[in-house]
Design a binder for this molecule. Structure first.
Ligand code: AHM
Length: 331
């Protein structure tokens, strides 16, 4: 009976935490939209698990093919949900407008599959964020997604690793994690009310770029390596696999900081505000962590285009504050 109860908790969780102040239709649309997200995550997770199998018939064989198939899955599932009027995918040049009568008024940004490698050597993920359309009753437009991430009404990510884990928030100060039970093909609530530890003992950054970091970033790196952490008084360990979603997931559960800074080759960093930094910052702050560009909260950055990039410092409040303290002076 307990297992049965948990199987249904994903939907119930959505109902409980979005209830206040939301009209019935919008609430139903959001629940339907999140069901389309869970469907997409199950489908992409299944695809990822089979990637690289030599003798399989059909299905994507390479990372590139998987990326295309994952994008297609997200677009079809979200369109079929009739809950969203605008879809903006990291993989598409142009936004997709859904004009069917009766379509709900949400605008969804998503990265259907990130962290890909051929052959698959690391965990991968999907990221999504949901905005409310700015002008209900009118056609959706680009401005609906060019909003600071603080305006998101829901956001989350999925990690495709040893298990498929879906983490989501509907912005009521609660973040929940659900693990896919493959025998039931249903998500089970395994990480209720995730809270990011105040301080952690790991940092996560691609140190291979060190030669092209500015003096402040190098100084920050030295501090991360040399100063004992508040978490356990020992020096930090470095963890970096080159895949943002599992790295942020680990950081939210165990504390620490995930960093993708600006460097000479990428003056605004690599990660995109709309599909990567924004939704993950929203989840992090809802779970009590911090997310910054180094100089301001990621949630307050006004996107200037669909492909706006920002430097990223995400994780425990103490660790992120310490990193950002290094960027208070001019470069
Ligand atoms: P993408 O936007 O091309 O998908 O790249 C995003 C990925 C992140 O998952 C990861 O953190 C980062 O790129 C790794 O970059 P690098 O190889 O420069 O360290």
């Amino acid at each position: 009976a307990e297992a049965q109860k948990q199987v249904h908790q994903l939907e119930e969780g959505v109902h409980f935490s979005t209830g206040e102040g939301m009209a019935g239709d919008s609430l139903m649309d959001l629940v339907t939209l999140l069901s389309a997200v869970t469907f997409s995550v199950k489908a992409v997770g299944s695809m990822v698990r089979r990637l690289g199998l030599p003798s399989r018939v059909g299905g994507p064989k390479t990372a590139r093919e998987a990326n295309v198939a994952a994008n297609d899955t997200w677009i079809k599932a979200l369109t079929a949900s009739r809950a969203c009027s605008l879809l903006v995918s990291e993989e598409c040049e142009e936004p997709i407008t859904v004009k069917d009568p009766g379509t709900g008024q949400y605008a969804v940004v998503f990265d259907p599959l990130t962290g890909l490698a051929d052959p698959p050597t690391k965990d991968m993920g999907s990221i999504f964020g949901v905005f409310r359309q700015l002008t209900p009753g009118e056609d959706a437009c680009l401005q609906d997604v060019l909003q600071p991430a603080r305006q998101l009404v829901a956001a989350g990510y999925a990690v495709y690793g040893s298990a498929t884990v879906l983490v989501l928030t509907t912005g009521q100060g609660s973040v929940d994690g659900f693990t896919l039970d493959p025998s039931l093909n249903e998500f089970v609530l395994t990480h209720p009310h995730i809270q990011v530890p105040f301080a952690g003992s790991t940092y996560s950054i691609n140190e291979g770029y060190c030669a092209s970091f500015d003096a402040r970033t190098k100084q920050m790196l030295n501090t991360l390596k040399e100063e004992p952490t508040l978490a356990d008084g020992d020096p930090r360990s470095c963890r970096y696999i080159g895949s943002m979603v599992p790295e942020v997931h680990r950081t939210l559960l165990y504390g620490g900081v995930f960093i993708y800074p600006a460097h000479a080759g990428r003056p605004n960093g690599r990660l995109k505000l709309l599909y990567e930094a924004g939704p993950l910052a929203f989840v992090t702050e809802q779970a009590g962590g911090q997310a910054s560009t180094g100089s301001k909260p990621i949630l307050d950055v006004q996107p200037e285009s669909l492909h706006h990039r920002v430097p990223v410092f995400i994780g425990s409040e103490d660790d992120v504050s310490m990193c950002c303290a290094h960027f208070k002076t001019a470069p």
